[in-house]
Design a protein around this ligand. Structure first.
Ligand code: PHE
Length: 451
């Protein structure tokens, strides 16, 4: 559409950036802790099923709309809608997506700030700065504000540089680093006594729990959150994708990379939990379930590293650097959603749009930090458990009910000439039209009933 729009310069650039968006705290923290809470292997199995059968088709809907319209979510959904009413619905859905992306970024940067704190803490310890080290793990409001600010400033500075020089360049540097650090840590943890018990819990499914409604809803939410769906992130990344790339292949690679990293994170975190038990740390809550969530990441795991002595200081640094990097490649993709809208809608410069929106998001994060107990959980649930699947459903509806099927086909064909003969085209249009919306609705209704 417009000449100033950025573009990923290579296939690998897109894959790393989109996987960078997908791979985040959701994979390294959310996936293993969800698995720990929901019967280990049974959750892993259900997650893989839903990621490929529900989230991948929804991801395809976003990518194809994005690349065809070459626009942000508000403009994109309006552009493919034929009538006045559907255009209005497109506009509302687009704004809802931008709002949810911004809310996710607001709480995500608080958690990412904690990751930075736990990364700096061992550095401060090594330098002998004991007061700083204990402030970093103090959980005070000021600490949370300062580190959240730092993380958002980092995110803004990547986004200011644009698509190729910012998003693509940094994703290509950070993603391989993330993978290497993770592989190293897994090998290290696996060699410690106790690791095998965690591995068993993680890999052996308890089939009785497989259809437990709580497990299914958690796996669905996890799959949508992990693939960054519904909020226009993948739509906007699709809009920066060159026409000659094959969308079904790109989408499949991103889904595979994302699920594999989540799987690897489970190989790291759950065995680490049982290594901690071997060392005398308590890994069960008072109600008898396995420790999960913040307690796992910020108490059990750091305590485990402390027990390892000097080597533990380095292991802790690598672990929290890994978390911070994963968070950064995701947060840049969230910020790009409101920024690209502001640039395209108000003809603003990227630099001013980025810093302005960064400041607004920091204001939201500050409100959450100050009213943490009342707001944090609420924002997380509303944004990720309800809004993301609902928005994913709307995008599927736009791609298959509102938009013309021939145009969808034409767009996919540009990078995949024989798509009409492919299994993908035989299944996807019907599947995304009927099965995805119905399944998402059923699962959402179920989570309402259970809440
Ligand atoms: N997928 C990211 C993660 O797993 C989170 C995310 C959600 C990113 C929505 C962008 C948009 O951490």
């Amino acid at each position: 559409m417009s000449a100033h729009r950025g573009e990923f310069s290579s296939k690998a650039g897109f894959i790393l950036a989109a996987s960078g968006s997908a791979v985040g705290l959701g994979n390294i923290w959310g996936f293993p802790t969800n698995a720990a809470e929901n019967g280990g292997g049974a959750f892993v199995l259900m997650y893989f099923l839903l990621a490929f059968c529900l989230a991948y088709p929804a991801l395809m809907a976003e990518l194809v709309i994005g690349r065809y319209t070459k626009a942000n979510m508000v403009h994109a959904l309006q552009a493919i809608a034929p009538g006045r009413l559907s255009k209005l619905l497109g506009k509302l859905t687009g704004f809802y997506g931008i709002l949810v992306a911004s809310l996710i970024l607001a709480f995500y940067s608080i958690v990412a700030g904690w990751m930075l704190a736990y990364f700096f803490e061992p550095v401060a310890t090594l330098l002998g700065l004991e007061t700083l080290a204990s402030w970093l793990t103090s959980d005070s409001i000021v600490r949370n504000l300062v580190l959240c600010f730092l993380f958002l400033a980092l995110t803004c500075s990547v986004i200011v540089a644009g698509v190729e020089e910012g998003i693509e360049k940094w994703s290509c540097r950070l993603m391989p680093a993330l993978f290497l650090m993770m592989a190293g840590l897994i090998v290290y943890v696996m060699l410690q006594p106790g690791a095998i018990s965690g591995l068993k819990l993680y890999l052996i499914p308890d089939f009785n729990q497989l259809l437990d409604p709580k497990l299914v809803v958690s796996a669905l939410g996890q799959a949508f959150f992990s693939l960054s769906l519904g909020v226009g992130t993948m739509l906007i990344y699709g809009s920066y994708l060159r026409p000659e790339e094959s969308l079904p292949t790109m989408g499949a690679i991103v889904t595979l990379v994302d699920s594999s990293i989540a799987f690897l994170a489970g190989l790291l975190v759950l065995p680490a939990l049982f290594v901690a038990q071997q060392q005398g740390l308590s890994i069960y809550t008072e109600s008898g379930s396995l420790i999960a969530g913040p307690d796992l990441i910020f108490q059990t795991i750091p305590a485990l590293f402390k027990n390892m002595g000097t080597v533990g200081i380095w292991v802790a640094m690598v672990f929290f650097a890994l978390m911070s990097i994963a968070a950064l490649t995701s947060s840049i993709s969230m910020l790009e959603v409101p920024v690209s809208f502001t640039i395209e809608h108000h003809a603003t410069h990227r630099r001013s749009a980025t810093w302005l929106i960064g400041a607004i998001i920091f204001a939201c994060s500050s409100v959450i930090i100050i009213n943490f107990d009342a707001l944090f959980g609420l924002v997380v649930t509303l944004a990720t458990e309800y809004s993301q699947p609902l928005l994913g459903l709307m995008i599927c509806v736009f791609a298959t009910w509102v938009w013309h099927r021939d145009l969808v086909l034409e767009e996919i064909r540009s990078g995949h000439p024989d798509v009409e003969q492919s299994l993908f085209w035989k299944i996807w249009p019907h599947y995304a039209k009927y099965c995805c919306p119905i399944l998402i609705l059923v699962l959402l209704a179920q989570s309402f009933i259970n809440s």
